[in-house]
Design a protein around this ligand. Sequence first.
Ligand code: SAM
Length: 298
Amino acid sequence: MLKIASHFDPVADVVLFEGDCLDLLRDIPDRFVKLVVTSPPYNLGKSYESRLDLSDYLAQQRRVIAECVRVLDEAGSICWQVGNYVDDGEIIPLDIALYPIFTEFGLHLRNRIVWHFEHGLHASKRFSGRYEVILWLTRGDAYTFNLDAVRVPQKYPNKKHFKGPNRGQLSGNPLGKNPGDVWQIPNVKANHVEKTIHPCQFPVELIERLILALTDEGDWVLDPFIGVGTTAIAALMHGRRAIGAEVVPEYVAVARDRIHRAERGELRIRPMERPVYDPRAARVIVPPKIVRIETTAG
Ligand SMILES: C[S@@+](CC[C@H](N)C(=O)[O-])C[C@H]1O[C@@H](n2cnc3c(N)ncnc32)[C@H](O)[C@@H]1O
């Protein structure tokens, strides 16, 4: 049975701390975690957060980021997943606002991953927001990156070189292709099998890909804002250990329950390999016609 600790414990499988992440981080030794992956409060006035001035928000985030950098392994990564801060109809991309904080701490940006999804609020005075961003940064140049663990199927797996010394051989990697830096993964809204009481939980598959690529078995994964425990579930599914904090007791209870159900094999999770449903694929496409505008000869 999994050992779930409620305070820092280096021999637990999971640490679920109920309280402010800075109080948990204080107890974590330097260089202890291989990956920090999180979606911090967005400053968008959700039920669990009081809306802050942007500069106060960034100062608050800076304190958490400083601690995350301290506990990060030499070969480790930080993945900070954020959307846009919307102020009076104007959007401020939070990844752009946060980027200088990470570079100040000497981290190196490896990818700015665009997470594209289909569901969300319908805007009427701008295009509806349908992506968020993951800033993936590393402490150094010798970082863990297991590309083979996250390859996706080639579009044309049997395509061969048609000339040159490799003529006749497969042109693509038979293990699959690099998934790229634009990821289409459904977000967790009402119909999603993973939906809980949380208003903005991660889909498990989003975190699985990061964990498989950026950690090895047995590594610790930290989520300072763990919500209903999605990061812990993704970590445990792949033989990693997880540590996280959450201020709302109801979310901690849901996280604990989800972990127990995952352990018993009873938690419904959308599989990573499942293609995204595309309603356009079922539509009959009618070829376009030229529109003739009648002109009267002058
Ligand atoms: C965007 S949500 C993260 C959801 C999470 N990714 C999941 O899949 O459930 C941010 C979470 O941070 C929590 N939170 C806000 N301030 C916090 C703090 N200082 N320490 C720990 N958790 C905090 C909020 O209650 C909220 O659940």
